[in-house]
Design a protein around this ligand. Structure first.
Ligand code: MCA
Ligand code: AMP
Length: 452
């Protein structure tokens, strides 16, 4: 699975650099093998790591793959409620990784390709996050298809600074480098300055990162030496696309995916790229649009070898994610160009799934956290358009004797910092229909309430 660790691409002291610390494949394999031995000795059904941007997280991931025990990466900014939920739901034992401790002999991989390799927690419209189970086979199929689409090879230096607890940063951004043999520079944080300094050939970012780079012309100009800029996790605004092209001479390639499906549709290196489009299906992926008769847009559904094996311990939720004839329902609304098959993501079917800074956040989860505050009697959460984040989380609450900042800090401490509302609006009542269901569409348009 991790071809580079087999030595086929050679080695170098800075094969990987994470947040300023460089390491070779040999050192990584030694550290990961020591972790693998601990995992095997521990006997837990899954293991977790606090997924800071660090070599320790990389060693934990590789160690778990070698031991054949699924890894659960915990968001490092998660509060106690979110951490406890993830650890309890997965049954994972928390790893303590020391990167300086190395095994003398490399561990031999113990897992088969169809065993679970990663369990990534992701939000639905309601309730706490669910564990998405991904096999090594699904991950390998996705990485190979992406390598083909992006002409991604051991000649590349991949640069990004994305979090290591999601598909984008961990699967593409770390396992992708270890499978293709490309050098990896993880910048710690995805700042324009760090991206400019890293001198890569291939860059990954979420639209918020690209928008910040487009707003920093000197740093953007340094990326003109790159081969390919890739954007994903949310829609790249057309003005950002154009600004990047003007500043770097490169037309960024967009790709589309989900935690449950991995990356399924992408633009091609060397191919024609149009702003606002995400390209064509990757090798092995079939897509279809479930549209009403006469309509051109509808839900994007897909099948292929990169799909997850289910939500951990939730067979009903897994079954509900598929159509009767076995296609995965993405919940995204899309259109496909009749002539060239290029896909365009138009939006999401549910108002209750928010994408902010590339993070997927369920409105229900934030509402439940707010309702846990003793001063809050009602809460409705929506994503409002935001120039920097794509959408920003706005909480409408009925509450007394508490400030917006206190409620923001409450959510940041209980769930995670990146799930905090960026704005709290106090209202006298949440608009509801005759059934008592919040009418969130009214909240999206009604901007007249008090802001505090
Ligand atoms: C602010 N901070 C706080 C609070 N307010 N801390 C505690 N309590 C508060 N109330 C602090 C934070 O700790 C942090 O500190 C600092 O403020 C900045 O945080 P924040 O404003 O949240 O960060 P940002 O600058 O807005 O983040 C933008 C970002 C980030 C870097 C683009 O959103 C990001 O990394 N996004 C990537 C998401 C991603 O990888 N998604 C992929 C999902 P300090 O700076 O000290 O830490 S996978 C997926 O979607 C599919 C498969 C796909 O297609 O890829
Ligand atoms: P996640 O589960 O965090 O992996 O988020 C998956 C969601 O991100 C998808 O269902 C889409 O709504 C969104 N997404 C990912 N890539 C793109 C893209 N290139 N354009 C628009 N939306 C995207």
């Amino acid at each position: 699975m991790l071809t580079a660790l087999d030595g086929v691409y050679g080695d170098r002291p800075d094969a990987l650099t994470v947040a300023g610390r460089a390491t070779s494949y040999e050192e990584l394999l030694g550290a990961a093998s020591a972790v693998a031995r601990d995992i095997t000795a521990g006997g837990a059904p899954a293991v977790a790591v606090t997924a800071t941007a660090s070599l320790e997280t990389v060693a934990a991931t590789v160690g778990a793959l070698l031991a054949g025990v699924p890894l659960v990466p915990l968001p490092p900014d998660a509060g106690p409620a979110e951490r406890e939920h993830i650890l309890r739901d997965s049954g994972a034992a928390l790893l303590d990784v020391d990167y300086t401790r190395r095994a003398d002999t490399p561990a031999t991989p113990a897992a088969g390709p169809t065993d679970p390799a990663l369990i990534l927690y992701t939000s639905g419209t309601t309730g706490p996050p669910k564990g998405v189970v991904l096999t090594a086979a699904a991950i390998a199929a996705d990485l190979d298809a992406l390598a083909e689409a992006w002409q991604w090879t051991a000649e590349d230096t991949l640069v990004h600074g994305l979090p290591l607890f999601h598909v984008h940063g961990l699967v593409l951004g770390v396992l992708g480098a270890l499978r293709t043999g490309s050098r990896l520079v993880h910048t710690g944080r995805p700042t324009p300055e760090a991206y400019a300094q890293a001198a890569g050939s291939l860059y990954f970012g979420v639209p918020t990162v690209w928008s910040r780079i487009a707003g920093s012309p000197a740093e953007a100009a340094a990326l003109s030496r790159a081969r390919l800029l890739v954007s994903g996790s949310a829609a790249l605004p057309a003005p950002v696309f154009r600004d990047l092209e003007a500043l770097t001479g490169l037309r960024p390639v967009e790709r589309y995916g989900m935690t449950e499906t991995l990356i399924t549709v992408s633009g091609r290196a060397g191919g024609e790229v149009r702003p606002g489009t995400v390209g064509i299906p990757l090798r092995g992926i079939r897509t279809r649009i479930a549209a009403e008769p006469g309509a051109e847009i509808g839900e994007l559904q897909l099948t292929g070898p990169t799909l997850f094996s289910g939500y951990l311990g939730r067979p009903e939720a897994t079954a509900a994610a598929y159509t009767e004839d076995g296609w995965f329902r993405t919940g995204d609304i899309a259109a496909v160009d009749e002539t060239d098959g290029v896909h365009r993501i138009v939006g999401r079917a549910s108002i209750d799934l928010i994408k902010s800074g590339g993070y997927r956040i369920g409105a229900g989860e934030i509402e439940n956290a707010l309702l846990d505050h003793p001063r809050v009697s009602e809460a409705a959460v929506v994503g409002l358009p935001d120039a920097d984040l794509g959408q920003r989380i706005v909480a409408f609450v009925v509450a007394q004797g508490v400030t917006g900042t206190e409620l923001t800090d409450f959510v940041a401490a209980h769930l995670s910092v990146h799930k905090r509302p960026r704005e709290v609006r106090f209202v006298t009542a949440i608009p509801r229909n005759a059934m008592g269901k919040p009418q969130k569409k009214l909240l999206l348009t009604n901007d007249s309430e008090d802001r505090r």
